[in-house]
Design a protein around this ligand. Structure first.
Ligand code: GLN
Length: 450
């Protein structure tokens, strides 16, 4: 991407604004991480169309650390399903630090898959298969999320392997506390390797964008996980991804996110974008200080908070009237009287549950007489999801049972094949290429009824 587009400019401005922040220190409990360049700072954004934007050190590779956790959780959910994974790892925010001994009192189950205890169990759940060890499968999966083959930073791996006693202790504790039959030594080795997988901020933004895009990598087009798994992972990231600052993060930034102690930070805007920051100095919760600052600002500036979705009135239904009010209506009294009994509703854009409710409300409201007809104009509709389609079919069936006839202006066949719509709506639902033709036909039919 050129440096002159609006998104790169915005990232660049945030980079300039926060590059001088001096708070925080790189993690040092894994000795190799303490050698990271404290000035390194990169930001990246990947859109749902696979457009990549970045600024600063966005092509510098660093170890994923805990940013790997949601993606391995995604793999476990894909292989075993939520019920089975949920037997061994809960999905409750722990309110505790990432390395806390956070095991449920009765079951010994870790609080969630984002804290180390839960991530070690998640990793232990990945079965090896002939020709591919558990780690091979994890590495392959991380690569599909990133859209390229990734590798392991062997120095970081070795450094954590020599210093990771707390995680080893956790693994043994998990085995002693709960019923999960697993090998703590192997699980922790695999977990350390997964944490040492190397990627750039652009890779991370692509990984986050894949989750935001219903599990389909927007750059490669590969379906990495199902939409259901992507949604499950985002939910756990939203409630648990930032450990003991998850609540505050959801309050202020409002995006599912995951931090890692090497200074990586991802956030996902469902159906909108994947974001990543890299900057090694960390705050007391193990979150990149500059990454945190940049994402807070970005969310505020672009209104990205998930809970902040101002309804746009009138953005679905562009017309709800009767046909006598159309500019094309002829002057004759008799024609106008017939046209008064033809409701006209036009919709635009992508129709989901919320939009379908608006269309159905307008349809119900559109006919001054219950015996009238209604024309539904879908020419400006760009898509109808399965929920909205079922609602529209049911709404049209209800019109039919009320004795109101419907006609649709649907040259693109968005309501589905005629046989299907007849079955679902209980009416023939004639289709027209123009609104005027549909109105004429409805008016004519009413005249015949009279
Ligand atoms: N490998 C690190 C650990 O287990 C990951 C922790 C993190 O990034 N928060 O301690």
């Amino acid at each position: 991407m050129s440096a002159t587009d609006a998104v790169t400019d915005a990232l660049g401005e945030l980079h300039r604004r926060f590059a001088g922040v001096r708070e925080g220190r790189p993690a040092d409990y894994i000795p190799r991480l303490a050698q990271a360049d404290p000035d390194a700072f990169g930001l990246a954004l990947v859109s749902m169309d696979g457009h990549r934007y970045s600024t600063g050190d966005a092509d510098v590779a660093f170890s994923l650390q805990s940013v790997s956790k949601p993606f391995v959780y995604a793999l476990a959910l894909s292989l075993l399903g939520l019920d089975e994974v949920g037997r061994w790892v809960n999905a409750e925010p722990s309110g505790e630090a990432f390395n806390a001994i956070s095991l449920e009192p009765r079951t010994g189950r870790p609080a969630n898959a984002m804290v180390n205890a839960g991530a070690i169990v998640t990793t232990a759940l990945i079965p090896g298969i002939p020709g591919a060890s558990a780690f091979d499968r994890i590495l392959g999966c991380l690569g599909r999320f990133a859209g390229r083959d990734l590798d392991v930073d062997e120095e970081v791996y070795a450094s954590e392997a020599t210093s990771g006693d707390r995680n080893r202790a956790l693994a043994y504790l998990i085995r002693s506390a709960g019923p999960l039959p697993f090998d703590p030594v192997a699980a922790v080795e695999t977990y350390f390797r997964q944490c040492a997988v190397r990627a750039t901020a652009v890779d991370l933004a692509t990984m986050a964008a894949t989750l935001a895009h219903g599990g389909v990598n927007p750059v490669t087009g590969e379906a990495v996980v199902t939409p259901a798994v992507a949604a499950q992972v985002l939910a756990v990231m939203a409630t648990c991804g930032m450990y003991n600052s998850s609540g505050d993060w959801l309050l202020r930034v409002g995006l599912p996110a995951k931090s890692g102690v090497s200074g990586g930070l991802i956030a996902a805007g469902p159906a909108r974008f994947g974001l990543a920051a890299y900057s090694p100095p960390l705050d007391s919760t193990g979150t990149s200080v500059r990454g945190h600052a940049a994402l807070v600002e970005l969310s505020l500036r672009f209104g990205l908070h998930l809970m902040n979705n101002p309804a746009l009135p009138g953005s679905t239904v562009t017309l709800a009237t009767t046909a006598d009010d159309l500019p094309t209506a002829p002057a004759g009294r008799r024609e106008r009287a017939l046209r008064e009994r033809v409701g006209v509703v036009a919709a635009q854009g992508a129709l989901d549950f919320t939009a379908a409710e608006r269309v159905l409300f307008a349809l119900d409201d559109s006919g001054p007489e219950r015996t009238g007809s209604v024309v539904l104009d879908l020419r400006e509709v760009t898509g109808i999801d399965s929920v909205a389609l079922a609602m529209l079919h049911a709404g049209l069936a209800r019109l039919a049972s009320d004795g109101r006839r419907a006609a649709v202006v649907d040259p693109d066949g968005r309501l589905g094949p005629p046989g299907l719509t007849r079955e679902r709506t209980g009416q023939d639902l004639p289709r027209f290429a123009s609104r005027e033709e549909a109105v004429e036909r409805c008016a004519h039919a009413l005249a015949e009824d009279d």
